[in-house]
Design a protein around this ligand. Structure first.
Ligand SMILES: NC(=O)C1=CN([C@@H]2O[C@H](COP(=O)(O)OP(=O)(O)OC[C@H]3O[C@@H](n4cnc5c(N)ncnc54)[C@H](O)[C@@H]3O)[C@@H](O)[C@H]2O)C=CC1
Ligand SMILES: O=C(O)[C@H]1O[C@H](OP(=O)(O)OP(=O)(O)OC[C@H]2O[C@@H](n3ccc(=O)[nH]c3=O)[C@H](O)[C@@H]2O)[C@H](O)[C@@H](O)[C@@H]1O
Length: 482
Protein backbone atom coordinates (compact mmCIF):
# COMPACT_ATOMS: atom_id res chain seq x y z
CA UNK A 1 0.00 0.00 0.00
CA UNK A 2 1.37 3.43 -1.00
CA UNK A 3 1.59 5.73 2.01
CA UNK A 4 1.23 9.47 1.60
CA UNK A 5 1.89 12.06 4.29
CA UNK A 6 1.00 15.72 3.85
CA UNK A 7 2.68 18.31 6.09
CA UNK A 8 0.21 21.19 6.54
CA UNK A 9 -3.49 20.59 7.19
CA UNK A 10 -4.69 23.90 5.75
CA UNK A 11 -6.95 25.03 2.92
CA UNK A 12 -4.82 23.09 0.42
CA UNK A 13 -3.48 20.14 2.42
CA UNK A 14 -6.86 19.18 3.95
CA UNK A 15 -9.13 19.15 0.86
CA UNK A 16 -6.43 17.86 -1.52
CA UNK A 17 -5.55 14.90 0.66
CA UNK A 18 -9.21 14.14 1.39
CA UNK A 19 -9.87 13.88 -2.35
CA UNK A 20 -6.77 11.71 -2.94
CA UNK A 21 -7.99 9.40 -0.15
CA UNK A 22 -11.48 9.25 -1.67
CA UNK A 23 -10.30 8.58 -5.20
CA UNK A 24 -7.49 6.18 -4.27
CA UNK A 25 -8.85 3.69 -1.71
CA UNK A 26 -5.61 1.71 -1.91
CA UNK A 27 -3.52 4.69 -0.79
CA UNK A 28 -3.19 5.54 2.92
CA UNK A 29 -3.13 9.28 3.55
CA UNK A 30 -2.01 11.03 6.75
CA UNK A 31 -2.36 14.80 7.04
CA UNK A 32 -0.16 16.23 9.77
CA UNK A 33 0.20 19.67 11.32
CA UNK A 34 1.90 21.41 14.22
CA UNK A 35 -1.36 23.25 14.99
CA UNK A 36 -3.08 20.92 17.44
CA UNK A 37 -6.41 22.78 17.39
CA UNK A 38 -6.58 22.49 13.61
CA UNK A 39 -5.99 18.73 13.74
CA UNK A 40 -8.61 18.38 16.49
CA UNK A 41 -11.07 20.21 14.26
CA UNK A 42 -10.28 17.96 11.26
CA UNK A 43 -11.09 15.01 13.54
CA UNK A 44 -14.37 16.56 14.75
CA UNK A 45 -17.81 17.22 13.24
CA UNK A 46 -16.92 20.89 12.65
CA UNK A 47 -14.07 20.98 10.16
CA UNK A 48 -11.65 23.91 10.45
CA UNK A 49 -12.56 25.27 7.02
CA UNK A 50 -15.88 25.84 5.27
CA UNK A 51 -15.82 24.41 1.77
CA UNK A 52 -18.91 23.09 -0.05
CA UNK A 53 -18.77 19.28 -0.39
CA UNK A 54 -15.74 18.87 1.90
CA UNK A 55 -17.63 17.42 4.90
CA UNK A 56 -18.99 14.65 2.76
CA UNK A 57 -15.60 13.65 1.33
CA UNK A 58 -13.96 13.69 4.77
CA UNK A 59 -16.77 11.66 6.32
CA UNK A 60 -16.41 8.97 3.67
CA UNK A 61 -12.67 8.41 4.22
CA UNK A 62 -11.72 9.59 7.72
CA UNK A 63 -10.59 6.67 9.87
CA UNK A 64 -10.41 4.37 6.82
CA UNK A 65 -7.55 5.60 4.64
CA UNK A 66 -7.50 9.26 5.73
CA UNK A 67 -6.02 10.33 9.06
CA UNK A 68 -5.37 13.72 10.65
CA UNK A 69 -2.60 13.79 13.23
CA UNK A 70 -0.05 15.88 15.11
CA UNK A 71 2.43 13.01 15.04
CA UNK A 72 4.33 14.72 12.28
CA UNK A 73 7.60 12.81 12.49
CA UNK A 74 6.06 9.34 12.72
CA UNK A 75 3.91 9.80 9.62
CA UNK A 76 6.70 11.43 7.62
CA UNK A 77 9.01 8.52 8.41
CA UNK A 78 6.39 5.97 7.33
CA UNK A 79 5.48 7.67 4.05
CA UNK A 80 6.61 6.89 0.51
CA UNK A 81 5.46 10.29 -0.75
CA UNK A 82 5.60 13.42 1.45
CA UNK A 83 3.63 16.46 0.28
CA UNK A 84 4.63 19.77 1.84
CA UNK A 85 1.75 22.22 1.97
CA UNK A 86 2.85 24.68 4.63
CA UNK A 87 2.54 28.47 4.71
CA UNK A 88 4.79 30.46 2.40
CA UNK A 89 4.08 34.02 3.63
CA UNK A 90 5.54 37.29 2.39
CA UNK A 91 8.66 38.28 4.36
CA UNK A 92 7.98 41.17 6.74
CA UNK A 93 11.57 41.96 7.71
CA UNK A 94 15.08 41.67 6.32
CA UNK A 95 16.18 41.01 2.76
CA UNK A 96 13.25 41.24 0.35
CA UNK A 97 10.81 42.40 3.07
CA UNK A 98 7.32 43.08 1.68
CA UNK A 99 7.94 41.01 -1.46
CA UNK A 100 10.03 37.86 -1.12
CA UNK A 101 8.54 34.58 0.08
CA UNK A 102 9.39 33.63 3.64
CA UNK A 103 10.46 29.99 3.41
CA UNK A 104 10.97 29.50 7.16
CA UNK A 105 8.20 26.91 7.47
CA UNK A 106 9.22 25.11 4.31
CA UNK A 107 12.83 24.92 5.40
CA UNK A 108 11.95 23.62 8.84
CA UNK A 109 9.70 20.97 7.26
CA UNK A 110 12.54 19.93 4.90
CA UNK A 111 15.05 19.70 7.76
CA UNK A 112 12.60 17.61 9.75
CA UNK A 113 12.05 15.24 6.79
CA UNK A 114 15.81 14.78 6.47
CA UNK A 115 16.16 14.18 10.22
CA UNK A 116 13.44 11.60 10.70
CA UNK A 117 13.50 9.64 7.43
CA UNK A 118 14.88 6.13 7.51
CA UNK A 119 13.89 5.23 3.94
CA UNK A 120 13.97 6.93 0.52
CA UNK A 121 11.08 9.26 -0.31
CA UNK A 122 9.52 11.45 -2.91
CA UNK A 123 9.09 14.97 -1.52
CA UNK A 124 6.41 17.00 -3.29
CA UNK A 125 6.22 20.79 -3.24
CA UNK A 126 2.51 21.49 -2.90
CA UNK A 127 2.89 24.97 -1.43
CA UNK A 128 3.39 27.79 -3.91
CA UNK A 129 7.09 28.58 -3.82
CA UNK A 130 9.57 30.80 -5.69
CA UNK A 131 11.00 29.26 -8.83
CA UNK A 132 14.22 27.37 -7.95
CA UNK A 133 13.04 26.44 -4.44
CA UNK A 134 13.40 22.76 -5.29
CA UNK A 135 17.13 23.32 -5.69
CA UNK A 136 17.37 24.73 -2.15
CA UNK A 137 15.21 21.94 -0.74
CA UNK A 138 17.33 19.34 -2.50
CA UNK A 139 20.42 20.79 -0.85
CA UNK A 140 18.84 20.65 2.61
CA UNK A 141 17.64 17.10 2.11
CA UNK A 142 20.82 15.69 0.61
CA UNK A 143 23.15 17.38 3.10
CA UNK A 144 21.35 15.92 6.08
CA UNK A 145 20.10 12.66 4.65
CA UNK A 146 22.56 10.06 5.96
CA UNK A 147 22.66 8.48 2.51
CA UNK A 148 18.88 8.25 2.02
CA UNK A 149 17.69 9.22 -1.48
CA UNK A 150 15.09 11.97 -1.96
CA UNK A 151 13.45 12.95 -5.22
CA UNK A 152 11.87 16.42 -5.28
CA UNK A 153 8.78 17.06 -7.38
CA UNK A 154 6.86 20.28 -7.92
CA UNK A 155 3.12 19.67 -7.97
CA UNK A 156 1.52 23.10 -7.50
CA UNK A 157 -2.16 23.29 -6.59
CA UNK A 158 -4.63 25.25 -8.71
CA UNK A 159 -7.84 24.86 -6.68
CA UNK A 160 -9.86 27.95 -5.82
CA UNK A 161 -11.58 28.25 -2.45
CA UNK A 162 -15.34 27.88 -2.49
CA UNK A 163 -15.04 25.41 -5.39
CA UNK A 164 -12.11 23.35 -4.06
CA UNK A 165 -13.82 19.97 -4.16
CA UNK A 166 -15.18 20.50 -7.66
CA UNK A 167 -11.74 21.73 -8.80
CA UNK A 168 -10.03 18.70 -7.27
CA UNK A 169 -12.53 16.22 -8.70
CA UNK A 170 -12.30 17.72 -12.16
CA UNK A 171 -9.09 19.74 -12.53
CA UNK A 172 -8.27 21.64 -15.74
CA UNK A 173 -4.81 20.15 -15.33
CA UNK A 174 -2.51 18.53 -12.81
CA UNK A 175 1.06 19.72 -13.16
CA UNK A 176 4.04 17.62 -12.10
CA UNK A 177 7.60 18.86 -12.51
CA UNK A 178 10.66 16.77 -11.78
CA UNK A 179 14.31 16.20 -12.57
CA UNK A 180 15.08 14.99 -16.08
CA UNK A 181 17.12 12.04 -14.72
CA UNK A 182 15.84 8.42 -14.74
CA UNK A 183 15.19 8.69 -10.96
CA UNK A 184 13.35 11.98 -11.48
CA UNK A 185 11.19 10.45 -14.22
CA UNK A 186 10.45 7.43 -12.00
CA UNK A 187 9.26 9.77 -9.23
CA UNK A 188 7.06 11.69 -11.69
CA UNK A 189 5.48 8.41 -12.77
CA UNK A 190 4.78 7.39 -9.16
CA UNK A 191 2.88 10.63 -8.51
CA UNK A 192 1.19 10.51 -11.90
CA UNK A 193 -0.12 7.03 -11.03
CA UNK A 194 -1.89 8.50 -7.99
CA UNK A 195 -3.67 11.25 -9.96
CA UNK A 196 -4.35 8.95 -12.92
CA UNK A 197 -6.84 7.08 -10.71
CA UNK A 198 -9.36 9.84 -11.46
CA UNK A 199 -7.80 12.51 -13.70
CA UNK A 200 -7.69 11.80 -17.47
CA UNK A 201 -4.10 11.26 -18.66
CA UNK A 202 -4.16 14.16 -21.10
CA UNK A 203 -4.79 16.55 -18.22
CA UNK A 204 -1.71 15.42 -16.29
CA UNK A 205 1.14 17.58 -17.54
CA UNK A 206 4.75 16.75 -16.78
CA UNK A 207 7.54 19.32 -17.06
CA UNK A 208 10.91 20.14 -15.62
CA UNK A 209 10.99 21.44 -12.03
CA UNK A 210 11.44 25.11 -12.89
CA UNK A 211 8.60 25.20 -15.41
CA UNK A 212 6.22 23.69 -12.85
CA UNK A 213 7.26 26.12 -10.11
CA UNK A 214 7.05 29.12 -12.41
CA UNK A 215 3.75 28.06 -14.04
CA UNK A 216 1.99 28.36 -10.68
CA UNK A 217 3.19 31.92 -10.12
CA UNK A 218 2.44 32.75 -13.76
CA UNK A 219 -1.11 31.36 -13.59
CA UNK A 220 -1.95 33.40 -10.49
CA UNK A 221 -0.37 36.51 -12.03
CA UNK A 222 -2.44 36.11 -15.22
CA UNK A 223 -5.66 35.56 -13.25
CA UNK A 224 -5.08 38.57 -11.00
CA UNK A 225 -4.09 40.65 -14.01
CA UNK A 226 -7.50 40.05 -15.61
CA UNK A 227 -9.21 41.36 -12.48
CA UNK A 228 -6.98 44.43 -12.30
CA UNK A 229 -7.59 45.02 -16.01
CA UNK A 230 -11.37 44.95 -15.62
CA UNK A 231 -11.17 46.97 -12.41
CA UNK A 232 -9.09 49.63 -14.18
CA UNK A 233 -11.84 49.73 -16.84
CA UNK A 234 -14.48 50.07 -14.11
CA UNK A 235 -13.00 53.43 -13.07
CA UNK A 236 -13.15 54.61 -16.67
CA UNK A 237 -16.72 53.34 -16.99
CA UNK A 238 -17.79 55.44 -13.99
CA UNK A 239 -16.09 58.48 -15.51
CA UNK A 240 -17.70 58.06 -18.93
CA UNK A 241 -21.13 56.52 -18.35
CA UNK A 242 -20.19 53.12 -19.80
CA UNK A 243 -21.31 50.04 -17.86
CA UNK A 244 -18.54 47.62 -16.91
CA UNK A 245 -20.90 44.63 -17.02
CA UNK A 246 -21.70 45.40 -20.64
CA UNK A 247 -18.06 46.10 -21.48
CA UNK A 248 -16.73 42.88 -19.92
CA UNK A 249 -19.49 40.84 -21.58
CA UNK A 250 -18.62 42.31 -24.97
CA UNK A 251 -14.89 41.87 -24.43
CA UNK A 252 -15.27 38.31 -23.10
CA UNK A 253 -17.29 37.23 -26.13
CA UNK A 254 -14.05 37.28 -28.10
CA UNK A 255 -13.06 33.62 -27.92
CA UNK A 256 -9.41 34.66 -27.68
CA UNK A 257 -10.20 36.47 -24.43
CA UNK A 258 -13.02 34.34 -22.98
CA UNK A 259 -15.75 35.27 -20.51
CA UNK A 260 -14.36 34.06 -17.16
CA UNK A 261 -12.66 36.13 -14.46
CA UNK A 262 -13.84 39.48 -15.81
CA UNK A 263 -16.07 40.52 -12.90
CA UNK A 264 -15.23 44.00 -11.71
CA UNK A 265 -15.07 44.20 -7.93
CA UNK A 266 -13.86 46.20 -4.97
CA UNK A 267 -10.56 44.33 -5.52
CA UNK A 268 -9.28 40.81 -5.37
CA UNK A 269 -8.44 39.20 -2.04
CA UNK A 270 -7.42 35.77 -0.86
CA UNK A 271 -4.25 34.35 0.53
CA UNK A 272 -2.34 33.99 -2.72
CA UNK A 273 -2.75 36.52 -5.54
CA UNK A 274 -1.00 39.39 -3.77
CA UNK A 275 1.63 37.22 -2.11
CA UNK A 276 2.46 35.32 -5.29
CA UNK A 277 2.69 38.43 -7.48
CA UNK A 278 4.90 40.21 -4.94
CA UNK A 279 7.04 37.12 -4.98
CA UNK A 280 7.15 37.15 -8.79
CA UNK A 281 8.15 40.82 -8.70
CA UNK A 282 10.99 40.02 -6.32
CA UNK A 283 12.22 37.12 -8.46
CA UNK A 284 12.25 39.40 -11.52
CA UNK A 285 14.22 42.04 -9.62
CA UNK A 286 16.72 39.43 -8.42
CA UNK A 287 17.15 38.25 -12.00
CA UNK A 288 17.95 41.78 -13.25
CA UNK A 289 14.56 42.32 -14.91
CA UNK A 290 13.27 45.60 -13.38
CA UNK A 291 10.89 46.35 -16.30
CA UNK A 292 9.23 42.95 -15.93
CA UNK A 293 9.01 43.46 -12.16
CA UNK A 294 7.38 46.87 -12.67
CA UNK A 295 4.86 45.40 -15.14
CA UNK A 296 3.53 42.86 -12.62
CA UNK A 297 3.71 45.30 -9.70
CA UNK A 298 1.08 47.34 -11.50
CA UNK A 299 -1.47 44.54 -10.97
CA UNK A 300 -1.13 45.03 -7.21
CA UNK A 301 -1.15 48.82 -7.50
CA UNK A 302 -4.46 48.79 -9.37
CA UNK A 303 -5.88 46.46 -6.75
CA UNK A 304 -4.88 48.85 -3.96
CA UNK A 305 -6.22 51.76 -6.02
CA UNK A 306 -9.56 50.01 -6.41
CA UNK A 307 -9.96 49.44 -2.66
CA UNK A 308 -8.98 53.08 -1.90
CA UNK A 309 -11.32 54.33 -4.58
CA UNK A 310 -14.19 52.46 -2.94
CA UNK A 311 -13.51 53.95 0.50
CA UNK A 312 -13.22 57.42 -1.01
CA UNK A 313 -16.55 57.00 -2.79
CA UNK A 314 -18.24 56.11 0.49
CA UNK A 315 -16.74 59.00 2.40
CA UNK A 316 -17.15 61.59 -0.38
CA UNK A 317 -20.81 60.66 -0.98
CA UNK A 318 -21.65 61.11 2.68
CA UNK A 319 -20.60 64.78 2.77
CA UNK A 320 -16.91 63.93 3.12
CA UNK A 321 -17.24 62.49 6.59
CA UNK A 322 -18.37 59.22 8.10
CA UNK A 323 -17.34 60.13 11.65
CA UNK A 324 -19.77 58.57 14.14
CA UNK A 325 -21.98 57.34 11.30
CA UNK A 326 -23.08 53.73 11.38
CA UNK A 327 -22.05 51.85 8.24
CA UNK A 328 -23.28 48.32 7.63
CA UNK A 329 -20.75 45.93 6.10
CA UNK A 330 -22.35 42.96 4.38
CA UNK A 331 -19.84 40.19 3.81
CA UNK A 332 -16.33 39.93 5.14
CA UNK A 333 -14.93 36.78 3.45
CA UNK A 334 -12.72 37.38 0.39
CA UNK A 335 -15.30 35.68 -1.86
CA UNK A 336 -18.55 33.77 -1.43
CA UNK A 337 -18.78 30.17 -0.23
CA UNK A 338 -15.77 30.41 2.05
CA UNK A 339 -15.19 31.61 5.60
CA UNK A 340 -11.64 32.62 4.65
CA UNK A 341 -10.77 36.26 5.27
CA UNK A 342 -7.10 36.27 4.33
CA UNK A 343 -6.33 39.52 2.43
CA UNK A 344 -10.06 40.12 1.98
CA UNK A 345 -10.69 43.59 0.51
CA UNK A 346 -13.18 44.03 3.37
CA UNK A 347 -10.23 44.49 5.74
CA UNK A 348 -8.81 47.44 3.80
CA UNK A 349 -12.22 49.00 3.27
CA UNK A 350 -13.14 48.64 6.96
CA UNK A 351 -9.76 50.02 8.04
CA UNK A 352 -10.23 52.96 5.65
CA UNK A 353 -13.68 53.73 7.09
CA UNK A 354 -12.47 53.26 10.67
CA UNK A 355 -9.68 55.72 9.86
CA UNK A 356 -12.43 58.21 9.07
CA UNK A 357 -14.02 57.34 12.47
CA UNK A 358 -17.02 55.39 11.14
CA UNK A 359 -18.85 52.91 13.35
CA UNK A 360 -19.14 49.57 11.62
CA UNK A 361 -21.74 46.86 11.97
CA UNK A 362 -20.51 43.77 10.17
CA UNK A 363 -22.35 40.63 9.07
CA UNK A 364 -20.96 37.62 7.23
CA UNK A 365 -22.69 34.23 7.14
CA UNK A 366 -19.43 32.27 7.63
CA UNK A 367 -16.94 34.49 9.43
CA UNK A 368 -16.81 34.55 13.23
CA UNK A 369 -16.80 37.69 15.36
CA UNK A 370 -13.42 36.78 16.80
CA UNK A 371 -11.91 36.40 13.32
CA UNK A 372 -13.20 39.81 12.21
CA UNK A 373 -11.76 41.57 15.27
CA UNK A 374 -8.47 39.76 14.79
CA UNK A 375 -8.28 40.64 11.09
CA UNK A 376 -8.90 44.31 11.78
CA UNK A 377 -6.16 44.34 14.41
CA UNK A 378 -3.49 42.34 12.55
CA UNK A 379 -0.61 44.03 10.73
CA UNK A 380 -0.13 43.37 7.02
CA UNK A 381 1.11 39.84 6.22
CA UNK A 382 0.91 38.70 9.90
CA UNK A 383 -2.06 36.48 9.11
CA UNK A 384 -0.01 34.14 6.94
CA UNK A 385 1.71 32.19 9.70
CA UNK A 386 0.69 29.04 11.56
CA UNK A 387 -2.18 29.89 13.90
CA UNK A 388 -0.25 29.49 17.15
CA UNK A 389 2.25 32.12 15.96
CA UNK A 390 -0.38 34.76 15.22
CA UNK A 391 -1.34 37.48 17.76
CA UNK A 392 -4.12 36.15 19.99
CA UNK A 393 -6.48 39.03 20.69
CA UNK A 394 -7.92 42.03 18.95
CA UNK A 395 -7.05 45.61 19.85
CA UNK A 396 -9.52 47.58 21.92
CA UNK A 397 -9.85 50.25 19.22
CA UNK A 398 -11.56 47.90 16.80
CA UNK A 399 -13.81 46.51 19.51
CA UNK A 400 -15.13 49.99 20.32
CA UNK A 401 -15.85 50.96 16.73
CA UNK A 402 -16.88 47.57 15.35
CA UNK A 403 -19.82 45.34 16.16
CA UNK A 404 -20.41 41.99 14.53
CA UNK A 405 -24.04 40.94 14.16
CA UNK A 406 -26.03 37.88 13.16
CA UNK A 407 -27.92 39.08 10.09
CA UNK A 408 -28.03 41.72 7.37
CA UNK A 409 -31.13 43.51 8.72
CA UNK A 410 -29.58 44.02 12.13
CA UNK A 411 -26.39 45.32 10.51
CA UNK A 412 -28.36 47.85 8.44
CA UNK A 413 -30.68 49.06 11.21
CA UNK A 414 -30.21 52.83 11.71
CA UNK A 415 -27.20 52.81 9.41
CA UNK A 416 -26.39 55.73 7.12
CA UNK A 417 -24.78 53.53 4.51
CA UNK A 418 -24.46 49.88 3.55
CA UNK A 419 -21.42 48.37 1.81
CA UNK A 420 -21.53 44.96 0.09
CA UNK A 421 -18.10 43.40 0.35
CA UNK A 422 -18.75 39.75 -0.57
CA UNK A 423 -21.04 38.38 -3.27
CA UNK A 424 -22.95 35.96 -0.98
CA UNK A 425 -26.11 34.79 -2.79
CA UNK A 426 -28.30 35.83 0.15
CA UNK A 427 -27.45 39.51 -0.44
CA UNK A 428 -29.20 39.36 -3.83
CA UNK A 429 -32.56 38.49 -2.31
CA UNK A 430 -32.70 40.66 0.83
CA UNK A 431 -35.85 42.73 1.45
CA UNK A 432 -34.23 46.05 0.54
CA UNK A 433 -37.47 47.97 1.13
CA UNK A 434 -37.43 46.82 4.76
CA UNK A 435 -33.74 47.73 5.00
CA UNK A 436 -34.41 51.18 3.51
CA UNK A 437 -37.25 51.87 5.96
CA UNK A 438 -34.95 51.15 8.91
CA UNK A 439 -31.97 53.20 7.72
CA UNK A 440 -31.09 56.88 8.24
CA UNK A 441 -31.87 59.12 5.25
CA UNK A 442 -30.46 59.71 2.74
CA UNK A 443 -29.75 55.98 2.66
CA UNK A 444 -26.72 54.84 0.66
CA UNK A 445 -25.76 51.48 -0.81
CA UNK A 446 -22.22 50.90 -2.06
CA UNK A 447 -22.09 47.61 -3.93
CA UNK A 448 -18.51 46.37 -4.19
CA UNK A 449 -19.52 43.17 -5.97
CA UNK A 450 -22.24 44.21 -8.43
CA UNK A 451 -24.85 41.93 -6.87
CA UNK A 452 -27.82 44.27 -6.38
CA UNK A 453 -30.36 45.51 -8.91
CA UNK A 454 -29.43 49.18 -9.10
CA UNK A 455 -32.66 50.38 -10.77
CA UNK A 456 -34.89 48.63 -8.22
CA UNK A 457 -32.91 50.08 -5.31
CA UNK A 458 -33.06 53.59 -6.78
CA UNK A 459 -36.82 53.21 -7.10
CA UNK A 460 -37.01 52.35 -3.39
CA UNK A 461 -35.12 55.58 -2.66
CA UNK A 462 -31.52 54.51 -2.12
CA UNK A 463 -28.55 56.42 -3.48
CA UNK A 464 -26.60 53.61 -5.11
CA UNK A 465 -22.97 53.20 -6.09
CA UNK A 466 -22.16 50.02 -7.97
CA UNK A 467 -18.62 49.42 -9.28
CA UNK A 468 -18.21 50.49 -12.91
CA UNK A 469 -21.87 51.42 -13.47
CA UNK A 470 -23.25 54.80 -14.60
CA UNK A 471 -23.24 57.10 -11.58
CA UNK A 472 -26.16 58.47 -9.60
CA UNK A 473 -26.49 62.26 -10.02
CA UNK A 474 -25.70 62.54 -6.31
CA UNK A 475 -22.35 60.82 -6.73
CA UNK A 476 -21.43 62.93 -9.75
CA UNK A 477 -21.83 65.99 -7.54
CA UNK A 478 -19.63 64.47 -4.83
CA UNK A 479 -16.54 63.35 -6.74
CA UNK A 480 -14.11 61.01 -4.99
CA UNK A 481 -10.42 61.35 -5.67
CA UNK A 482 -8.63 58.01 -5.25
N1 LIG B 1 -5.47 28.60 -0.15
C1 LIG B 1 -5.49 28.28 -1.42
O1 LIG B 1 -6.53 28.34 -2.06
C2 LIG B 1 -4.26 27.85 -2.12
C3 LIG B 1 -3.01 27.88 -1.51
N2 LIG B 1 -1.88 27.47 -2.18
C4 LIG B 1 -0.57 27.45 -1.53
O2 LIG B 1 -0.54 26.35 -0.62
C5 LIG B 1 0.25 26.66 0.53
C6 LIG B 1 -0.58 26.43 1.77
O3 LIG B 1 -1.70 27.29 1.72
P1 LIG B 1 -2.94 27.10 2.70
O4 LIG B 1 -3.30 25.67 2.77
O5 LIG B 1 -3.94 28.08 2.26
O6 LIG B 1 -2.26 27.57 4.08
P2 LIG B 1 -2.80 27.32 5.56
O7 LIG B 1 -2.21 28.36 6.42
O8 LIG B 1 -4.26 27.11 5.55
O9 LIG B 1 -2.14 25.90 5.95
C7 LIG B 1 -0.78 25.69 6.17
C8 LIG B 1 -0.63 24.77 7.38
O10 LIG B 1 0.74 24.38 7.51
C9 LIG B 1 1.01 24.22 8.90
N3 LIG B 1 2.46 24.22 9.11
C10 LIG B 1 3.33 25.26 8.96
N4 LIG B 1 4.59 24.85 9.20
C11 LIG B 1 4.51 23.53 9.54
C12 LIG B 1 5.47 22.54 9.88
N5 LIG B 1 6.78 22.84 9.93
N6 LIG B 1 5.04 21.29 10.18
C13 LIG B 1 3.73 20.98 10.14
N7 LIG B 1 2.76 21.87 9.79
C14 LIG B 1 3.16 23.13 9.49
C15 LIG B 1 0.28 25.37 9.55
O11 LIG B 1 0.06 25.14 10.93
C16 LIG B 1 -1.02 25.42 8.72
O12 LIG B 1 -2.06 24.69 9.33
C17 LIG B 1 0.71 28.10 0.33
O13 LIG B 1 2.00 28.07 -0.23
C18 LIG B 1 -0.27 28.66 -0.66
O14 LIG B 1 0.33 29.66 -1.46
C19 LIG B 1 -1.97 26.98 -3.46
C20 LIG B 1 -3.18 26.91 -4.11
C21 LIG B 1 -4.41 27.33 -3.50
O1 LIG C 1 -3.08 29.91 -5.55
C1 LIG C 1 -4.16 30.07 -5.03
O2 LIG C 1 -4.35 30.32 -3.85
C2 LIG C 1 -5.42 30.06 -5.83
O3 LIG C 1 -5.75 31.45 -6.08
C3 LIG C 1 -6.98 31.65 -6.75
O4 LIG C 1 -8.05 31.08 -6.02
P1 LIG C 1 -8.78 31.83 -4.80
O5 LIG C 1 -7.90 32.94 -4.32
O6 LIG C 1 -9.16 30.78 -3.83
O7 LIG C 1 -10.12 32.42 -5.41
P2 LIG C 1 -10.49 33.18 -6.77
O8 LIG C 1 -11.76 32.65 -7.25
O9 LIG C 1 -9.36 33.19 -7.73
O10 LIG C 1 -10.76 34.66 -6.26
C4 LIG C 1 -9.70 35.50 -5.83
C5 LIG C 1 -10.23 36.91 -5.62
O11 LIG C 1 -10.52 37.53 -6.87
C6 LIG C 1 -11.84 38.05 -6.86
N1 LIG C 1 -12.38 38.00 -8.23
C7 LIG C 1 -12.37 36.83 -8.92
C8 LIG C 1 -12.85 36.78 -10.21
C9 LIG C 1 -13.33 37.95 -10.83
O12 LIG C 1 -13.78 37.98 -12.00
N2 LIG C 1 -13.31 39.11 -10.11
C10 LIG C 1 -12.84 39.17 -8.83
O13 LIG C 1 -12.83 40.25 -8.21
C11 LIG C 1 -12.59 37.17 -5.88
O14 LIG C 1 -13.74 37.80 -5.39
C12 LIG C 1 -11.53 36.98 -4.81
O15 LIG C 1 -11.49 38.06 -3.94
C13 LIG C 1 -6.92 30.94 -8.12
O16 LIG C 1 -8.18 31.09 -8.77
C14 LIG C 1 -6.59 29.47 -7.94
O17 LIG C 1 -6.44 28.86 -9.22
C15 LIG C 1 -5.28 29.34 -7.16
O18 LIG C 1 -4.99 27.98 -6.92
Amino acid sequence: MVKICCIGAGYVGGPTMAVIALKCPSVQVAVVDIAQKRIEAWNSDKLPIYEPGLDDVVKQCRGKNLFFSTEVEKHVDEADIVFVSVNTPTKTTGLGAGKAADLTYWESAARMIADVSKSSKIVVEKSTVPVKTAEAIEKILTHNSKGIKFQILSNPEFLAEGTAIQDLFNPDRVLIGGRETPEGQKAIKALKDVYAQWVPEDRILTTNLWSAELSKLAANAFLAQRISSVNAMSALCEATGANVIEVSYAVGKDTRIGPKFLNASVGFGGSCFQKDILNLVYICECNGLPEVAEYWKQVIKINDYQKNRFVNRVVASMFNTVAKKKIAILGFAFKKDTGDTRETPAIDVCKGLLGDKAELSIYDPQVTEDQIHKDLALSKFDWDHPLHLQPMSASSITEKQVTVVGDAYEAAKDAHGLCIMTEWDEFKTLDYKKIFDNMQKPAFIFDGRNVVNVDQLREIGFIVFSIGKPLDAWLKDMPAVA
